[in-house]
Design a protein around this ligand. Structure first.
Ligand code: ADP
Length: 196
């Protein structure tokens, strides 16, 4: 069945990992704006050149550029029967852009997965990831900056979606399997059925 999903959570909440797992369960593409940007940076594309310094500083890429990337990606065939967006929308302007794209297609979001972890836990996980993966935006200062942008710009989008009654808040502390199970239980309770 179709499922149009968002996963929202602070840096280090595990939303990337869980997003991929949930997308696989629903047979829809997981679309991460951060991954799209990082791929463009490593391929040295024009987009990559435009966003590299912004991402390394932990700032948000301008909305117009980000929304264009998402609109183009959603226009691809594999997103026709649903998608899971990870890392977009990230502020209220992007919520409005996404609403406009979906309206034009006669579509609406089915559910927004809010992955909750405490700030200290996020920082501990990101510090560990910095050691393992060496992402250039995982230094202590940039992590703190990204978390503060999450709190000031991204967390407010949950209020909009809560008013629409589509948010499932999930405890993001536990094993990967436990968290996936919690998300699936919440989505099934909404009448969405995974394919696998
Ligand atoms: P994290 O959640 O750890 O910040 P992401 O992979 O989601 O990691 O994003 C990495 C970076 O890519 C962000 O810090 C930001 O610079 C940029 N980015 C990703 N998604 C967006 C978005 N929707 N709007 C603006 N910038 C974005």
């Amino acid at each position: 069945m179709t499922a149009r999903l968002l996963i929202v959570g602070p840096q280090g909440s595990g939303k990337g990992t869980q997003g991929v797992r949930i997308a696989q369960a629903f047979l829809v593409p997981a679309i991460s704006t951060g991954d799209v940007f990082r791929a463009n940076i490593s391929e040295g594309t024009e987009l990559g050149r435009q966003v590299q310094a912004i991402i390394e500083a932990g700032n948000l890429v301008p909305d117009a550029l980000t929304s264009e990337v998402v609109r183009d990606r959603l226009a691809q065939d594999d997103a026709a029967a649903g998608f899971l967006l990870d890392g977009y929308p990230r502020n209220l302007a992007q919520v409005a852009d996404l609403d406009a794209f979906l309206d034009a297609r006669g579509e609406t979001l089915d559910a927004v997965i809010e992955l909750d972890v405490a700030r200290e836990e996020s920082i501990a996980r990101l510090t560990k990831r910095a050691e393992e993966q060496g992402r250039t935006d995982d230094t202590a200062d940039v992590i703190a900056h990204r978390l503060s942008i999450y709190e000031s710009e991204t967390a407010p989008i949950l209020g909009v979606y809560r008013e629409r009654g589509i948010v499932d808040a999930i405890d993001g502390v536990g094993t990967l399997d436990e968290i996936t199970e919690r998300i699936l239980v919440a989505l099934i309770a909404r009448g969405l059925s995974p394919e696998a």
